[in-house]
Structure formats: structure tokens, C-alpha cells
Write a protein that binds this ligand. Structure first.
Ligand SMILES: Nc1ncnc2c1ncn2[C@@H]1O[C@H](COP(=O)(O)OP(=O)(O)OP(=O)(O)O)[C@@H](O)[C@H]1O
Ligand SMILES: [Mg+2]
Length: 347
């Protein structure tokens, strides 16, 4: 399918789009804001129909900018974007008709009820009265909001607001659903509930593009993802394949503070010849090492450290995560919190 991608550079002034196999397509999208910030630096990616595609990246990476361009809310400085076969700059109305959108911060009217919010969304999409009522009932039920449908959205919890916003985006049965940080700010329980909902929507055949800075979210939900940083795509692929590309495990050592000013430098020096210097980095819980065949290597590492007066009081070993993938390509962590896992083995 991929090789059918249309690469004709110019669609001229033709009103009717040439359809491609892709539900979403961006081609060298650039956005430079008036302030001079280059938020997108020529990003290109394609999403096939039915896929759940993720843009994973840290704050300020350019995720919302990309979403706003695809949703026809912002014009790109250069490059092209297509949604459901239509050009976002030239055919914004066709795009909007086929697109459901939930932005990073839900924009609900606090003085409308849940049901009124959905009815308004239906009217904006020129749906008929009967159909609006039926679809609103169906979505309220699906999002477990039936019991609060008559309450003002201002009284809703964060999770309920997110689910209502998602329901509003789904009112007109869009072909493509775009979600900007759908679970940001939610507690773990609400996040898991929303993930299950998103999985159901995806399984029902809707193409989805979501942005997130939560790597476990991208890992769990996305069939494919692109890691974005500083307005550029650093790597793209299936989550499993990306993680398998990292041959080493991460070992976090909790070290008894021995008054040393620089534990990382100490460990680097002591493990010279066993672990290369760039694979020893700081970690909120101590020192993090990237080690091939960690299970076999750990006893030797511990003996070396112990023999040189460095007391290891806890150790955690983990399989590569998307954060490690991000680290490999950018030299940084997506977020501190990503590395902030508890030390599970202490002695
Ligand atoms: N309206 C604007 N005017 C000027 N600069 C902007 C504007 N919106 C965003 N930026 C800048 O563009 C860059 C990308 O921002 P964007 O909001 O797209 O990132 P993001 O990946 O969505 O980040 P977050 O994870 O915080 O939501 C940032 O440097 C940001 O400060
Ligand atoms: Mg954003």
C-alpha cells in the first residue's frame, strides 16, 4: 500500500482531490511562528486507514502545532497536509466534515449540560434532530455519562470532561479522529478507562492520530508511532520494533551516599572496560546504566563497585522502553517522571 503514496508535487487548482491510500499524510510540513520559533521543521508521516498512529514527544516538540495544521486551525508555513484525501489548506471544509477533533484542553461550555454539548456538536455538523438525539444517547451510554447527561459540564470531573469532549468529537461519525494529549492530567484510573475507550473506537475502524508525552500510552495504544523532538521526527515505527532496536537493558543502581560529589563520574571510572562511559547517566534514584546481557553482567559490576568502596543498596533492571528509544536518538529523557520508577529490589 505504502508505495501507492502520491508524490505529485503540485495539485494545481483542481477542486477535486486525488485520493491516496492514506487517511492522514504530511509532507515536509514546516511551521515558523511570528516569533521566529520553528515549531515544525519539515515533518513527513503517513497514517493508513484504520491505524492508530501516535506522535510521541516532550513538551514543546511541536505536537499541538502539527495537530492544529491537520485540523485546519493553523496554516503551515510550507509543506502539505492531507486528511481523508483532502488538502488541509485548500479544502478545509471537506477535511472538517470528515474529522473529529479533541484538543489538549477540553473547551466545554461550563453552563451547558453534557447532552446539550453533544447536541450542539451535532448541529454544527448539520446532523438532523432525530439523528442527533439517537447519536447523543449512544455516545453518552458508551462513555458512561448517561447518569450525568443532564448536569452542567462545569460540575464534571476531569475524566468526565475528557470523555464528553471525545463524545462530541465522535458525534458525526468522523472517518478520522485526532486527539491532542487525550489523557493529560488524568489520574491513572481515568487514564486506563479512557485507553480502553480509545481502543474500542480504534477497533471499530476509525483512523486515529493522537499525541502524547506519556510513553506507556503510546506503547499501549499505538500500532505505529513517530517520536518527535524539536519539530523533527527522530524515528518512526511499531513500538515493539523500536524497543527491539535497543539491544541493552537499563540497570538503575541505588548507591549509598558516600559523600562523593559526583557518583556518576565515580561509577563511570570504576566500570571502565565493562560499561562505556556514555552508557552511565544520572538518574533520580541513583545512577542508570545501559548494559547488554544485564542478567549476566550484573554480578561482575556489583563486585567491581563493592570492591572499590561503592555500596549498592538497591537495583532495578528493566527491559527497553520507548523512553530508552527516545534517549538513544536524542540523548535526553522524554520526562523526568519517565525515569522515576521505584527501586524494586533492595538489600
Ligand atoms: N502561537 C504560538 N506562537 C509562538 N510560538 C508558539 C505558539 N504555539 C506554540 N509555540 C512554540 O512552538 C513550539 C512547539 O509548540 P507545541 O505547542 O506545538 O508543542 P507540543 O509538542 O504540543 O508541547 P506540549 O507537550 O507542551 O503540549 C514551542 O517552542 C512553543 O513554545
Ligand atoms: Mg501540545
Amino acid at each position: 500500500m505504502g508505495n501507492l503514496r502520491s508524490r505529485e508535487p503540485d495539485f494545481g487548482e483542481r477542486k477535486v482531490s486525488v485520493s491516496t491510500d492514506y487517511a492522514i499524510e504530511t509532507d515536509e510540513l514546516v511551521k515558523v511562528y511570528d516569533t521566529g520559533t520553528r515549531a515544525l521543521d519539515a515533518i513527513s508521516f503517513s497514517v493508513e486507514g484504520g491505524e492508530l498512529f501516535g506522535l510521541l514527544g516532550p513538551n514543546g516538540a511541536g505536537k499541538t502545532t502539527a495537530i492544529r495544521i491537520l485540523a485546519t486551525l493553523l496554516r503551515p508555513t510550507s509543506g502539505r497536509g492531507r486528511v481523508a484525501g483532502f488538502d488541509v489548506a485548500r479544502e478545509p471544509r471537506e477535511v472538517r466534515r470528515r474529522l473529529g477533533l479533541a484538543m489538549q484542553t477540553p473547551t466545554l461550555d461550563a453552563f451547558s449540560t453534557g447532552r446539550e454539548t453533544l447536541e450542539l456538536a451535532g448541529r454544527l455538523h448539520r446532523m438532523r434532530g432525530e439523528e442527533i438525539r439517537r447519536r447523543a444517547d449512544e455516545l453518552l451510554e458508551m462513555m458512561a455519562l448517561g447518569g450525568v447527561a443532564g448536569k452542567l459540564t462545569g460540575t464534571y470531573s476531569g475524566g468526565m470532561k475528557r470523555r464528553l469532549d471525545l463524545a462530541a468529537a465522535l458525534m458525526h461519525r468522523p472517518e478520522v479522529l485526532i486527539l491532542d494529549e487525550p489523557t493529560e492530567g488524568l489520574d491513572p484510573q481515568s487514564r486506563t478507562a479512557l485507553w480502553e475507550e480509545l481502543e474500542r473506537i480504534s477497533q471499530a475502524g476509525t483512523t486515529m492520530l493522537l499525541t502524547t508525552h506519556y510513553m506507556e500510552e503510546a506503547d499501549r495504544l499505538c500500532s505505529r508511532l513517530a517520536i518527535i523532538d524539536n519539530g523533527q521526527i527522530v524515528v518512526e515505527g511499531e513500538p515493539e520494533a523500536l524497543k527491539q532496536g535497543i539491544s541493552a537493558e537499563t540497570v538503575v543502581l541505588q548507591i549509598e551516599r558516600n559523600g562523593s560529589a559526583d557518583e556518576v563520574a565515580d561509577v563511570r571510572r570504576l566500570l571502565e572496560g565493562m560499561v562505556s562511559a556514555e552508557d552511565v547517566v544520572d538518574h533520580p534514584a541513583g545512577v542508570s546504566l545501559s548494559v547488554a546481557n544485564a542478567g549476566l553482567a550484573i554480578p561482575g559490576l556489583l563486585r567491581r563497585l563493592d570492591g572499590n568502596g561503592v555500596q549498592v543498596t538497591g537495583l532495578q533492571m528493566s527491559r527497553p522502553s520507548l523512553d530508552d528509544v527516545f534517549m538513544k536518538y536524542t540523548g535526553r529523557r522524554i520526562r523526568e517522571e519517565a525515569a522515576d520508577q521505584p527501586i524494586i529490589m533492595g538489600w
